[in-house]
Design a protein around this ligand. Structure first.
Ligand code: 2P0
Length: 335
């Protein structure tokens, strides 16, 4: 490599929310999922990341917002990219979210997607999205999906090396412009991280096999609903997948309960709206926040209803977002 100075790349990415959930791994080292999943990428929440490969560094460093964080999972992705580029330099990674971190808003999805995009740009590799998705997956499974915008499927894959477990886009963001209202019910980090929670569930939940067996049918139903733009069918399969995943977790031993009281109240409020004829459905990830998905013309009404739920602190309104992309100069905390 002829360059002598630091190599810098910047990128941004959005979190995604799964409509058909990923929960459980078939290979922990390669981070391969036990089940496929389908998500939408959100445009209102953003992670911005700068990666600087610098010959003066003695290890990879990660700054998340205004605090230093452990860089082990970051290094897994960076090592794969360094190997492809033939670069040995360590990197300084500076990343910030404009939304709460570690509270079930998929900050690891946007975080690792932005990281991999920025590092690819810094190293001048120009990898395609499928390759980036496979590398982002090694940092966090759901990040494989945030490389893409719109409606995204990440298949389980069958190969032991994971080469067939990379995401692809089902529809671009403009292909079906739904609205997503995120009801924030706490700003605290969740008690158990997803990786730990998945392991615990697979080991102890009596529903584990049923969960894995039912997934292909849910994926086919959601994929079909998205391609036909069939809101009712998507609502049905999404709520089913969400409740199945939480039932699976709750039945593990000891039970894993990510919800608080406001989570339950918000779910009832959304179902109440649907009984009144408003096309809206809910989903909840590994945290207490509730996401309501509706046709954009009903977003005001759904937002008003969620704001009226006791314990809902804030409602963030989002559309369907683009995939991870390179940005030019990025100011980060401390600049
Ligand atoms: C999902 N979740 O499909 C599911 C639903 C949370 C609930 O993907 O261990 O942070 O890093 O691969 O991607 C959260 O899990 O887990 C997640 P790892 P990740 O969105």
């Amino acid at each position: 490599m002829s360059t002598e100075g630091p190599l810098i790349g910047c990128a941004e990415a959005h979190p995604n929310i799964a409509l058909v959930k990923y929960w459980g791994k078939r290979d922990e080292k390669l981070n391969l999922p036990a089940v496929g999943s389908i998500s939408v990428t959100l445009d209102a929440l953003t992670t911005r990341t700068r990666v600087t490969f610098d010959p003066a560094l003695r290890r990879d460093e990660l700054r998340l917002g205004d605090g230093e964080a452990g860089a082990a999972r970051v290094s897994v992705c960076l090592d794969l990219l360094r190997e492809k580029a033939g670069v040995g330099w360590y990197a300084r990674v500076e990343s910030e979210n404009d939304f709460p971190t570690g509270a079930g808003l998929a900050s690891s999805a946007s975080g690792f997607a932005a990281l991999v995009r920025a590092a690819d740009a810094a190293l001048g590799l120009g990898l395609d999205e499928r390759e980036l998705s496979g590398i982002a997956r090694r940092g966090s499974g759901s990040a494989a999906r945030s490389i893409f915008g719109g409606y995204v499927e990440w298949p389980r894959g069958e190969r032991p090396d994971g080469s067939d477990s990379v995401a692809h886009q089902l529809l671009p963001p403009g292909g079906w412009p739904l609205a997503v209202l995120v009801a924030i019910t706490t700003r605290r980090s969740k008690p158990k991280g997803s990786s730990e929670g998945m392991k615990h569930t697979a080991r102890t939940s009596p529903y584990w096999e049923a969960w894995v067996e039912g997934q292909e049918e849910d994926l086919a139903a959601a994929r079909g609903a998205i391609l036909r733009r069939d809101f009712q069918a998507l609502a049905e399969v999404s709520e089913r997948s969400c409740l199945k995943m939480h039932a699976l977790m709750m039945a593990s031993s000891p039970g894993l309960l990510y919800w608080n009281g406001a989570t339950v109240e918000a779910i009832h409020a959304i179902r109440g709206l649907r009984h009144e004829g408003i096309p809206v459905f809910f989903t909840v990830d590994a945290g207490p926040q509730v996401k309501a998905i509706c046709l954009p013309s009903f977003a005001d009404e759904v937002e008003r209803a969620l704001r009226g739920v006791g314990g809902v602190l804030e409602v963030i309104r989002s559309g369907i977002g683009d995939g991870a992309r390179v940005t030019h100069a990025m100011p980060v905390v401390g600049d």
